[in-house]
Design a protein. Sequence first.
Length: 560
Amino acid sequence: MSAASADLVFVNGSVLTVDPVFTVASALAVTGGLVSAVGDRAQVMAQAGPGTRVIDLGGGTLLPGINDTHLHACSFGLTRPPLALDLAGPAVRSLADAAEAVRTATLRTPAGEWITGHGWDLSRLRECAADPARLPTRYDLDPVAPGHPVVLFSGCGRAAWANSAALRRAGIDRNTPAPPGSGLLTDEAGEPTGLLRDDARAALERALPPLTPRLRADAIRAALGTLARLGITSFTEPALGPGGDTLMRGALATATLDTYRRLLVDGELTARVSVLLLPTGRAGTAAEFIRILDGTELPRTPDFRRLDVIGVNIFADGDGPDGPPPAHERCRAGGPGPLPAGATGAERAAGVAEMIRHAHAAGYQAAVHVTGDHDLDTVVDAFAAADAAHSRPEARHYVLPGDRLTARGLKRLAEAGLGIGLNPTAAWTAAGRQEVAPGWFCPDAGDAGVTVISGSDAPAAFPDWRQGLAAMLRCGPGAGGRPGGPEHRDRLEAALRTYTTDAAWQDFAEDWKGSLEVGKAADLCVLGGDLLGADPDRITGLPVLFTAVGGAVVHDELSV
């Protein structure tokens, strides 16, 4: 490394390098955006100079920056203040709390303009938790916002709660078809209640104003600010392209990729972003997928380590014999919901195989949605055929969300060299802290020899990776071992790797990021407390105090 003085030095804490042997040091130095020294205080302070900022960790934990491998940042930003009301707990605990938040928003919103919100959860709304038959209605919102259209999306994103003005804007009334299972809830008189789920909520999304370039950029900025405060330094934006033109208000459209590039050029992209293209949605045909992918012109980026298109998103999960969607895809207001649209059986399998073959041959990484072993067999066979026709040893394809797979399914993934992308944050949210839903990764996938990466699928779940760690430490045989003990440490190491070194491998970037080793990018974050010795239930309470990307500080509570 350079003989220049370090820019940053961290001392007096636990430095979790997440290197191949999971070395724990007590000090670290950063010079010119790279890790320049790791060791004890004396070794590292030798690099300090007059201009070095020395940070006393005070017994806290320094670890690599977190890599969320499945995060819709533009869409997530649209759900965050100041662009939307935050209706998650603990601030909102009742229907009355939500209504009061809307009433307050009307005071600062011109009459006639939309008010949106995100994050409510029936299990956390006092009236609904006390009476399962009590659901949010437009009549809860009409008195507080008679002159504003209001739509409030649930935390899982599959249900929308609207007032009468919003229903009128969307053209929804008693004459709107509402057959059983349509997702449009009506009362005994046939009037819409204001609660819409699954496909029915799309009418409300279409009625919202289209995203302007400024709003699209503001949404990404809002997301980046939140991610920095969470210690997230890298993420995968997992679906951008024509297939996303009508999804999440168009937040998944190709224009979002253009916005990322503009933010990078302007020096505002404060995280590293890997992008998966979305040529078509769930119902797209193989012919459409191939035509659109071949016609996609990738943006020229001045820094591939900050913004890079690495793959494509493919949907292979259909209505096979595995039953309804897994728990993390459901919410009480939304119900089980329909399975993905599109062809089934041999026709669908052939189409998926052709998409995989083409993406593989074109040099893209493929992230394929799979639910259960039935769909997995189709996908593994397709990858085997694609590689036989065009060998790519380092393609690094993977499946997601990866839940509800059996030991046989995990074995097939390992044999095929495929990774698995999981959402432990959603598991924590769905099951609560006391019991993690069965079928989620604990040591099973790693023990089977499958590379595991973790993501939040925000805004479907809040991207708090600390919840993901807690979930992974709590599930599976032998979970909840003594904090600081060997078993606890082994499980923590495996869980952390899904957010750091394994995630970097999935990004084709393990040579330069993902661990705190000399010469690697100084992407890092600081927790206020001892992560190694923390009980799983207390991990979510360890504050993120500091975040840096390439040595540049993007969140700092240590200088206050």
